[in-house]
Design a protein around this ligand. Structure first.
Ligand SMILES: O=C(O)CCC(=O)C(=O)O
Ligand SMILES: [Fe+2]
Length: 330
């Protein structure tokens, strides 16, 4: 008789870190965040003062109202690839699958608020004010967290805040509102995803999800920001309104000479019999300004600007000049 001693792979624990009283508890929070960034690549923030749970709920309401507009209205802010702005639907083809993500999204940049890349529909007059205020709050919290990485890498505490100046016209940070379509009754083949496996190209993503709207899964096993290394076990991340799922992106992995890990993640297409109605999420991608040089303390990789870094990351992932058809944020 043979006894199978091979254990089934275990789900990874995703650290949950309270950021209450951030200023007083910064040393303790820093230890937890650095441990998470080095070992799991993903961590969940809770108890943040800002943005508050009520503000996050308000953002989801406004996002839903935007996606409920007729297509013709949404097309008034079309996706502009070169600028990484605007609305797209089922257009993002992931190199990992060769198939379009089952979603629609709008990308917004803080310094462009008020221009034609931001919806101006009279039925949502508060869009601009609510979204720009939420973005400013998310940005500010992102800078608090990035200051921890700056110090750990031997840079001044405000190093990443200066590198991510969203008021400058060469800013690259982007907020993306996401709507995964209602697919009730449709059984997609297993190769289809709401968001196919990918890494993010930014320094750090802050992701907001809604309780009950699960689907995000992460996969450890990536050792270099230039590789496609992936383990074979995916851990689901439970969605909870108010919490913020953070993940390290390729840009910070490069900046830290691969010390902080940018992992593959994906969003499942639910099967018939599961909850298949709409799923909403909001992602804020912290991407350094175009002219900022990415130069790791150990000098493991050649120095390059954040603009070139993003272009190269896209080429690596999408191969060749058609790569620019991809959205740059993730
Ligand atoms: O919607 C989610 O939960 C994840 C989205 C994501 O990974 C992305 O947009 O890069
Ligand atoms: Fe992502």
């Amino acid at each position: 008789m043979t006894i199978n001693t091979t254990e089934a792979p275990k789900d990874r624990k995703i650290p949950k870190i309270s950021v209450a009283n951030f200023a007083e508890r910064k040393a303790e929070i820093s230890r937890q965040i650095l441990d998470a960034a080095e070992n799991s690549g993903f961590f969940i923030l809770e108890n943040q003062e800002s943005p508050s749970v009520a503000e996050i709920e308000e953002m989801f309401t406004i996002s839903e109202r935007f996606f409920n507009l007729p297509e013709a209205k949404k097309k008034e802010t079309p996706h502009i690839k070169a600028e990484n702005t605007g609305w797209e639907t089922r257009s993002q083809i992931r190199p990992s699958t060769g198939l379009p993500d089952q979603k629609e999204s709008i990308q917004l940049q803080f310094h462009r608020r008020g221009d034609r890349s931001w919806p101006q529909d009279p039925s949502i007059p508060e869009f601009n004010k609510t979204v720009s205020s939420f973005m400013a709050k998310t940005h500010s919290l992102s800078m608090d967290i990035l200051s921890i990485f700056a110090v750990a890498l031997g840079f001044p505490e405000d190093f990443f805040a200066k590198a991510h100046d969203v008021n400058r016209t060469n800013a690259q940070s982007t907020m993306r509102l996401l709507h995964y379509h209602d697919i009730t009754g449709t059984q997609f083949p297993p190769s289809y995803w709401r968001a196919g496996p990918h890494t993010d190209y930014d320094c750090m993503t802050m992701l907001f999800q809604k309780t009950g709207e699960d689907g995000l899964e992460i996969c450890p096993g990536r050792e270099a920001h230039t590789s496609f290394g992936m383990g074979d076990h995916w851990t689901p991340v439970k969605a909870k309104t108010g919490e913020i799922v953070c993940n390290i992106g390729d840009m910070l992995m490069a900046w830290s000479d691969d010390r902080f890990k940018s992992l593959f993640h994906r969003v499942r297409c639910p099967s018939v019999g599961e909850r298949q109605t709409s799923r909403y999420s909001i992602a804020y991608f912290n991407q350094a300004n175009k002219d900022v040089e990415i130069k790791g303390p150990l000098g493991k990789y050649p120095v390059m600007t954040a603009e070139k870094y993003l272009q190269d990351a896209i080429k690596r992932n999408y191969g060749g000049p058609t790569a620019m058809n991809a959205l740059t944020a993730a």
